[in-house]
Write a protein that binds this ligand. Structure first.
Ligand SMILES: [Zn+2]
Length: 145
């Protein structure tokens, strides 16, 4: 699992292990092509090639306007603040620790979490200075497995 430390508001209260809503596009995506059942392959028996209905994509947009609206959407980060929180970034991103007032409190929680769950946490060598996470970047990187 890949993780990073994010600086969020102290009162940030998103459920743990749940993807942050700001990272999920709320607009409907393309629909699965019914002609080829999403495979993109030509559905006619004995005929090879791409599906003519979806041009081999396996999915289709209902209207061109829907694709433009979907593509225009941009993700939004959680509210920035002075709090410290660990996020997993393997998927779109979810908080996996409570928000702490200090960096030291987050580190203590991390150490206790390792003991509790028996997980190994290795801090990336490129972040030798961690836990002195540069404040201007807002987050550092941690690798968990
Ligand atoms: Zn198709």
């Amino acid at each position: 699992m890949e993780c990073e430390i994010r600086r969020v508001r102290h009162d940030f209260n998103w459920p743990l292990d749940e993807r942050w809503g700001g990272f999920l596009n709320p607009r409907p995506g393309p629909r699965v092509c019914k002609a080829c059942d999403g495979s993109g392959q030509n559905a006619r028996l004995g005929v090879y090639g791409r599906c003519k209905k979806c041009r081999g994509n396996g999915s289709k947009w209902r209207r061109p306007k829907d694709k433009r609206r979907y593509d225009r959407w941009r993700p939004s980060n959680p509210p920035k603040g002075d709090g410290w929180q660990l996020w997993e970034t393997t998927s779109e991103g979810s908080p996996i620790s409570p928000v702490f007032a200090t960096q030291q409190a987050l580190i203590s929680w991390l150490v206790a979490d390792v003991v509790r769950k028996g997980r190994w946490i290795g801090v990336e060598r490129t972040h030798d200075r961690w836990p002195d996470v540069p404040r201007h970047r807002g987050h550092g990187s941690v690798v968990m497995s």
